[in-house]
Every structure is written in structure tokens, then in C-alpha cells.
Write a protein that binds this ligand. Structure first.
Ligand code: GDP
Length: 454
């Protein structure tokens, strides 16, 4: 395999920028661009050691000082010989160092190629590789712990334990099919069925982790809805910590949709403060109102804001009617003012009601708890196996379809041969999931989502 190189830290000015070189010739290539102060060569150094020195031009003049860290195959991230140069992180300098490394014989790494090589060299399986991306992009405690558990192989072990179940079933089926005249006891249908059902339950449980996992990773589209002047913009501003929406005492000032990504407790929300929902003759405002209603219908979470200092209006009722079965929390705002609202009516419609003052922040902790409960993120166990990507979900879903078909076939007295084929297909889906048996196209797709340098 050729030797690849790329800048592995974000491009920009900073204290340190790292260039990673990986491949059989990583040491000799690095030695031709780096001179250590001690005169030692990287080629002769054991793994996990570092040398201080300079990156040099062809004529020997210094480009930058650097620390070169050596990793020897197979004990490196990629499983190959690796040198990591820690230089000063200036865009010009890093690019210059990198072009020297290319001149010396390395080629430019493709997006995710270091991690792809780690996968191809058997350092990690495909789900662990995918978890690397989630570790980098994690924005909260739970999502980061879940991604680290994924990288450490929690999902791989789960898949492998389910695969053990299908393989053991297959060996029973084939032993009986291959040696019908020998002493192999015939697999009775009841045992077959109960094994198939256990596999089905495991796959279902795994599949169910995808939705809550997706929420803690990617966030949920959230709409702050409510009648004009209920305090939607004030709440949005409070949650996002800046003056993003226009707050004004004149009804109908928020005409378009303002979006902001925030962390509410440990749940990422993509917040949209919409135009107030109300009947209006103003053509511009009515476009905003229509957009608001559409957005409410597509939302993954609705924070329905009510003004506690007023009685329930027709606009409030219209909002309630539009929520349907979308997960929602009734946010009764302006709790610092005397209560005029019939809160019983609201509590009748919403499973979760919280009292807050968006003006002074009272009650926000209750809102965090209610949102986590409504979305089920309070029940996410980041140390358990979770599905991270659409690819993983698709593989589990396909495996489950085959197993459900095998269950029906077992109940309906279909031949063992036909059932064997279905369980084999489910096993192949699990092998595709872990990457044990996967096409180049799938591998390319997985790593194309990575950035260069990872
Ligand atoms: P929107 O039309 O729903 O976006 O409402 P705004 O956020 O623009 O707020 C309308 C008015 O209510 C403004 O004068 C806010 O200062 C006021 N307001 C918002 N939240 C509170 C609150 O918790 N307490 C009090 N007393 N006033 C609030």
C-alpha cells in the first residue's frame, strides 16, 4: 500500500497542527523532510517515541520546528507505520510541510482514508469506524459517551452475539440436513421457533435504539409555537442565549422562521421560532402564519407556549388542534405575572405542562426534564449498544425482515431448507453490518462521509 499524508487538525491558526503520514514508507519519507536535533533517524526509532527537530527544505533550510511521533505497525491507529508531525498550526506552514512530504513520496490521503485503513487492517470493524465520526461531532455528554462506547466495540459485540445465535441455529439445521441418517436428533419445530423468536427480539431491541440515538446525536426539529405575544421569541432568545428573534410588545412581529441549534440539558434541539399562529388579513403575515402551521405539522417536538396572564384564546385552541400526536410540551409562560389562564384545560390536552418565565428563566430546569421525558432521551443508556447510522439501521431492518419471515415459515410448516436460506440471509445482513462481508461500494460510502485527515 502506498504511503498517505494529510493535515489531521482543523485548518486555521492555532497552537499546534498535526500532519499524519501512514504507510510502509512512512519513516523513510519522513526522514527525508525532518532532521532531529539529536541526529537520530525516525527509521531507527521504536514505536511510541518522539523526536524534536525541524522540517527542512530540499536545501536543508528550516521550514518549521516540529515534534515527530513514531508508531510502528501494527501498533498504530491505521495498523501501519505512522509518523505524526506536530508543527505550528498556520495554514501556510502546514500546507508547505505537507507538500514537502508529497515531494518525498507520500500521496494525498482521501477523506477518511486513515480510518478506512484501520478497518481494512482489522484494527476496528465498520461500526467502530462509523463511531469515530460520531465522537468527533458529538455535542453533548450522552451522545459523546454513546459514540465512545460504539468506538470501543459495544455495538460490534452485540452484533456478534446475535450472529452467534443465527450461526448456532444454522449449524443445527445443517447438521440435521447433511446427516439425516446419522444420530443427529431432528431439530423440533418448537425449539426452532423459540430460537427464531429470541433472535427477533434482540434485533427489535437493537432497532429501537436508533430513534433516541438519532435525537441525542443530531437533535430534533423543534418548533416554538403559540399565539402572538405569548413569549415565543423571548423563550427562543433565552434558550439560545442571544438576541436572535425580534422581541417586541406589538403582536405579529416575527414573520419568518428563525432557526437556532441549542443544547437543552443534554438534548440537542434545532429550534424554530415561528410567526405567531393567528387569523390575519395582512398578506405578508399570513404567509408567515401558513409557514408556521406547516412547520408545526412537520416538527419532531413542539414547545407550545401559552400566556398565563391571559385567558385561553381561539388562537391557542387552533394551535392545540394542529399539534395532533407530535411530541409536545405545554409551556405556560409569564409565571411572574398573576395567573389568568385556565391551566386545567391545557393539562387536559398535554401530557407534560411546565410553568416558566421566559423573561427571568424561572422553570427552565423543569422544561429540560419535560423535554427529555417526551423525547425519551432520559432513558438513553449511552453505555449500551446503539445503532448510529442509516446504514446500520437498514442492515438490522433487513435482518429482522428475514427472521420474521423465518418465524412465519417455522409456524407454517415450511421445509427446513427454505428456513435455512432465510436465516443465512439474516446472518449475511449482520456480517454486512459489522463489515465482515461488505461490498466496496458500502465501504466507499461509509468513508466518503469522513473529512480528509481522519
Ligand atoms: P411572541 O410574539 O410570542 O414572540 O412574544 P415576545 O417574545 O415578543 O413577547 C411578547 C411580550 O411579552 C414582550 O413584551 C415580552 O417582553 C413579554 N414577555 C415574554 N415573556 C415574558 C415573561 O416570562 N414574563 C413577562 N412578564 N413578560 C414576558
Amino acid at each position: 500500500m502506498n504511503t498517505i499524508a494529510a493535515i489531521s487538525t482543523p485548518i486555521g491558526t492555532g497552537g499546534i497542527g498535526v500532519i499524519r503520514v501512514s504507510g510502509t514508507d512512512a519513516f523513510s519519507i519522513s526522514d527525508s523532510v525532518f532532521i532531529s536535533l539529536s541526529g537520530k533517524r525516525l527509521f531507527d526509532r521504536p514505536g511510541y517515541t518522539a523526536l524534536y527537530g525541524h522540517i527542512i527544505e530540499k536545501d536543508g533550510s528550516h521550514i518549521d520546528e516540529a515534534i515527530a511521533t513514531c508508531f510502528r505497525a501494527p501498533l498504530s491507529y491505521t495498523g501501519e507505520n505512522v509518523v505524526e508531525f506536530s508543527c505550528h498550526s498556520g495554514i501556510y506552514l502546514l500546507r508547505k510541510v505537507l507538500s514537502r512530504i508529497y515531494e518525498a513520496g507520500a500521496v494525498q490521503a482521501k477523506p477518511g482514508e486513515f480510518t478506512e485503513r484501520a478497518f481494512l487492517n482489522g484494527k476496528i470493524d465498520l461500526t467502530e469506524a462509523e463511531a469515530v465520526m460520531d465522537i468527533i461531532s458529538a455535542a453533548g455528554e450522552t451522545s459523546s459517551r454513546a459514540a465512545i462506547a460504539g468506538k470501543e466495540g459495544i455495538l460490534s459485540r452485540k452484533i456478534s452475539s446475535i450472529k452467534d445465535m443465527t450461526v448456532s441455529l444454522l449449524s443445527h439445521l445443517s447438521a440435521w440436513a447433511d446427516f439425516p441418517d446419522e444420530d443427529v436428533p431432528e431439530l423440533d419445530r418448537a425449539t426452532l421457533l423459540s430460537s427464531v423468536i429470541s433472535i427477533k427480539d434482540e434485533l427489535r431491541k437493537l432497532l429501537a435504539t436508533f430513534d433516541s440515538g438519532k435525537i441525542i446525536r443530531e437533535g430534533v426539529d423543534t418548533v416554538i409555537a403559540g399565539s402572538p405575544n405569548a413569549g415565543k421569541s423571548t423563550l427562543m432568545n433565552f434558550l439560545s442565549g442571544c438576541e436572535k428573534s425580534i422581541v417586541t410588545p406589538v403582536a405579529g412581529t416575527t414573520r419568518d422562521i428563525v432557526e437556532e441549534r441549542i443544547m437543552l440539558g443534554d438534548t440537542p434541539l434545532i429550534l424554530a421560532d415561528t410567526a405567531g399562529i393567528r387569523s390575519t388579513d395582512d398578506p405578508v403575515e399570513s404567509i408567515g402564519v401558513k409557514k408556521a402551521i406547516d412547520r408545526v405539522r412537520q416538527a419532531g417536538l413542539i414547545l407550545a407556549v401559552f400566556d398565563s396572564s391571559r385567558s385561553l384564546s381561539d388562537d391557542d385552541m387552533e394551535l392545540i388542534d394542529n399539534i395532533g400526536d407530535i411530541p409536545s410540551v405545554a409551556v405556560i409562560n409569564k409565571s411572574d405575572l398573576p395567573l389568568m389562564l385556565d391551566t386545567k384545560k391545557i393539562e387536559h390536552f398535554f401530557a407534560h405542562t411546565v410553568f416558566i418565565s421566559a423573561k427571568n428563566g424561572n422553570g427552565i430546569d423543569n422544561l429540560k426534564t419535560a423535554v427529555a421525558e417526551v423525547l425519551g432521551t432520559d432513558k438513553v443508556d449511552p453505555s449500551s449498544a446503539m445503532l448510529f447510522s442509516d446504514r446500520q439501521r437498514e442492515s438490522v431492518r433487513k435482518a429482522l425482515d428475514y427472521i420474521v419471515e423465518a418465524e412465519n415459515a417455522s409456524t407454517n410448516g415450511v421445509t427446513f431448507d427454505a428456513i435455512t436460506v432465510l436465516i443465512e440471509s439474516a446472518t449475511e445482513c449482520l456480517m454486512e453490518l459489522s463489515g465482515e462481508k461488505v461490498s466496496d461500494k458500502v465501504i466507499d460510502e461509509v468513508f466518503s462521509k469522513f473529512c480528509v485527515g481522519k
